[in-house]
Structures are given as C-alpha cells and as structure tokens.
Design a protein around this ligand. Structure first.
Ligand code: DC
Length: 210
C-alpha cells in the first residue's frame, strides 16, 4: 500500500525550491517545513548570543523562526557556516524527521532532505538552476525588498555558499539517486510547479481536494 505523501525537495539557494514547496504543500494540503530557516535561526542566534551553535540548536523555539532578519543574506551566510557543524545537524535531525513522518505526510525543503532526513520519501525533487539565473533572481528579489545590492556581489556570495554547502563533509548538498531533477534556469514558477506535479501524479499521488 502507498504510504503518506512525503515530498523531499533539495537544491541550492534561489533555485525556486521554496516557492515550489509552498505551492505543492497548498495543492496537496500538506504541512510544509522550510528547513533552511532552522539553520538560519541557529546561525543568527549563535552570532548574537555568542553561544555554541550546537547548544543553540538544541534549544531552538518555534518563535525563533519568526524573526524577519532570518530572510537576509547575512543570515544565509551564517546558516551555511553553522550547517557544516555535525553537532548542529545532529541536534536538528529528530525534529525534522518527526515532521517528515507525521501521519498526514509533509513537504520539506532544504539541502539533505532526500539524502539524510527522509531517504524513504516516495517523492524526491532536486531543484537547480544555473548560478547566473539564481543570482539574477536573488538580486531582483533583494531590490524589490528595497535593499541596495550589486549583482556581481550577489553572484560571488552565492558561489561561496554553494561551495560551502556542497563540499562540506557532513550531509553535503547532493541529489538523491532517485530524485527527479528539475532545472528551472529557463522556467517560471508555474512551469516548475507543472513539471513537479506531473512527476508526482505519475507516482500515483493526487490531491484529495475539489
Ligand atoms: O535554503 P536556505 O538558503 O534558507 O538555507 C540556508 C543555509 O542553511 C544553506 O546555505 C545551507 C543550510 N541548510 C542545510 O545545510 N541543510 C538544510 N536542510 C537546509 C539548509
């Protein structure tokens, strides 16, 4: 028998996985966890408090995930650094696994969802795009939020974060062998959603909604 629908989405930053995860969660009426927020919260709180990142990870509260500063690139860089520490990853593991394996099913997005958090997920998506396309999107998004940025800097920081996330020893960013690869370099959000949905429906999962 087919178990609950667990959708594991991985990929580098600004590839479109957050938007895709939110749309799939709404379509299938599943709870969604943006796991990057956990690492962002640990990175920022450790920086602000001077406490050990591993210790911060054990004491994380739901309210810590509501800080608007978590969306900044500074938080992204801090997250990428603490995410390389095995102690931090270990301390965040159980919470993520519990979320993934709740009875309703779930959507999770991050870097190691299909490889470490729920390798048994029936649906795994690896969402990627060229560095150029991702930096362009990120630059546009930051400007729309009124932040003053220059594209070469956005691109350089993104390349640095990609390298750190992919080359670390602990749970590096990589596609699970059975992941569906979705390159969104030339796709908008609607096209990415349609391609992902077609893949999921081919696996026999359909929305129970109207
Ligand atoms: O997806 P994001 O940009 O919010 O993630 C921020 C950082 O957190 C990212 O650079 C790497 C790390 N991360 C991770 O190592 N594992 C995850 N499952 C999610 C994020």
């Amino acid at each position: 028998m087919k178990g609950p629908l667990v959708i594991a989405i991985d990929g580098p930053s600004a590839a479109g996985k957050g938007t895709l995860a939110r749309r799939l969660a709404a379509h299938f009426r599943l709870p969604h966890l943006d796991t990057g927020l956990l690492y962002r919260a640990v990175g920022l709180l450790a920086e602000k408090s001077g406490r050990r990142p591993g210790e911060v990870a054990t004491a994380l509260q739901p309210s810590d995930l509501a800080d608007p500063d978590l969306r900044t690139d500074q938080a992204g860089q801090a997250a990428s650094k603490v995410a390389a520490l095995p102690e931090v990853r270990d301390n965040l593991l159980n919470f993520q696994k519990k979320f993934a394996y709740q009875a309703s099913g779930a959507v999770l997005d991050g870097r190691d969802i299909g490889t470490v958090i729920c390798p048994g997920a029936p649906v795994k998506l690896f969402v990627t795009a060229s560095l150029e396309a991702r930096a362009e999107r990120r630059h546009r998004e930051l400007r729309e939020r009124g932040l003053d940025t220059i594209k070469p800097r956005v691109l350089a920081e993104m390349a640095e974060r990609d390298r750190r996330d992919s080359e670390r020893a602990a749970a590096p960013l990589q596609a699970a062998p059975d992941a569906f690869l979705l390159d969104t370099s030339d796709m908008d959000a609607d096209a990415a959603f349609a391609a992902a949905l077609a893949f999921i429906e081919r696996k026999g999962f359909r929305s129970s909604g109207p």
